[in-house]
Design a protein around this ligand. Structure first.
Ligand code: UT7
Length: 367
């Protein structure tokens, strides 16, 4: 048994934050950001992450032309759920009318979508379910420390979803290799962003990311390279048989270094980090949707995907595409209108960061 990808949908919120916008309130420039990362802009959401997930899911369901009652399982891949209890998958179960589905959230950071696709595919292969909705969505703009230029310029909001369905044909995620790099938890970390907080801290704590850019860079290239080699070896598929490569979109230099190591022609590699920034769990479904819209994924292609994120978690998967690369039906799902610019949306967070750093620099107590 296999699990073909029969529907796909994305949601990029309308407000766009350019590199020049960032330079209006922090010491950075379009030139620095673009030359170091390949990023030109990122989207900032005016709605909760689950709203982006709902729109992407409704589009994926229409694309597959299935009735939502056919869905057995919803996995909400994200490290920025709307709330911890209850899970955010249950929001989508209700919102799309998947009345026969159960759902759970999966958080392995940026790798959450590929991990979720692997879990759902394996459940279909095992025969316990037939149809699943797999989501990768992120609204990290609300938890960004907009006073820190090293990390905040990299990330953006967005979401994507796929519908996968049982088939006897060898289609969908054929196999995957998931791994964790030992002793790297502190390279990207939101310390104590959870329940491990004392009662005294509860009302005064703010989140600031531990972020070791160069260490992440090196481990990302190595981890994804090893995962790709492992899944190719596992499946007996040769590098030369890969038609199109869809890597995690964090930094174009990471993508270029990885492609070079893998001997892939960059023309056969998906790059969309320029338009979205790093949308964490949403990068792969957004990249898949854009590649389909641009006609870069063709019927019967063999795809390789690679992913990495906080943990550090890594992974790679071989996806065999089916005969259809266009939606069966268009969806009319839309986000509610947005009447603010991206700078206006994140304005309160910028102000809070300015006050916090002014306080810290003057020796005052904070955090
Ligand atoms: O999904 C996982 C998410 N994480 C990642 O993908 C991160 C992977 N790492 C990277 O993408 C890169 O390491 C970065 C883009 C984060 C940084 O690029 P880099 O070439 O490694 O730069 P660097 O950290 O060595 O910094 C070079 C300089 C420093 O100044 P000095 O010490 O040379 O004076 C930084 O302070 O650039 C400075 N800098 C900036 N300048 C302007 C750091 N951030 C900025 C900025 N604008 N936004």
């Amino acid at each position: 048994m296999f699990a073909e990808i029969i529907g796909w949908g994305k949601c990029a919120p309308p407000a766009i934050l350019t590199n020049s916008d960032l330079a209006t309130f922090m010491d950075t420039s379009d030139d620095w950001i673009f030359s170091r990362t390949g990023i030109r802009q990122r989207h900032i959401s005016h709605v909760p992450g689950s709203e982006m997930a709902r729109v992407a899911s409704e589009r994926a369901i229409a694309c597959a032309d299935i009735d939502p009652t056919e869905i057995d399982l919803v996995i909400y891949g994200s490290n920025s759920p709307d709330e911890m209890i209850p899970n955010s998958a249950s929001i989508i179960v209700n919102a799309v009318g998947a009345v026969n589905a159960t759902g759970f959230d999966l958080n392995s950071a940026c790798t959450s979508f590929v991990y979720a696709l692997n879990v759902a595919t394996d459940m279909i292969k095992a025969g316990s379910i037939k149809t699943a909705l797999v989501i990768g969505v992120e609204k990290t703009s609300t938890i960004m420390d907009w006073g820190r230029r090293d990390a905040s310029v990299l990330f953006g909001d967005g979401g994507g979803a796929v519908v996968i369905k049982a088939t006897e044909e060898a289609l969908g995620l054929i196999d995957a290799k998931l791994s964790t790099v030992p002793n790297t938890r502190d390279m990207i970390q939101m310390p104590r962003m959870g329940f491990d907080m004392s009662h005294a801290e509860m009302n005064s704590y703010y989140y600031s990311m531990n972020f070791k850019g160069q260490d992440i860079f090196k481990n990302a290239v190595k981890g994804m390279n090893e995962a790709c080699d492992a899944v190719l070896k596992k499946t007996g598929i040769k590098k030369s048989e890969i038609d199109f490569f869809v890597p995690h979109q964090a930094n174009v230099r990471i993508i270029q270094t990885l492609a070079k190591r893998m001997d892939f022609d960059i023309d056969n590699v998906m790059v969309c980090v320029d338009r979205y920034g790093n949308t964490s769990a949403a990068t792969i479904p957004l990249a898949l949707c854009d590649a389909l819209e641009e006609g870069r994924i063709k019927p019967g292609m063999t795809l390789l995907t690679a992913t990495f994120g906080a943990g550090l978690t890594c992974g790679a998967g071989i996806i065999k595409w089916g005969s259809r690369t266009t939606p069966l039906r268009e969806s009319d799902a839309e986000l509610p209108p947005c009447d603010k610019t991206a700078l206006e949306i994140i304005g309160p967070s910028i102000k809070a960061a300015e006050e916090r750093y002014a306080d810290e620099n003057s020796g005052g107590a904070s955090s």
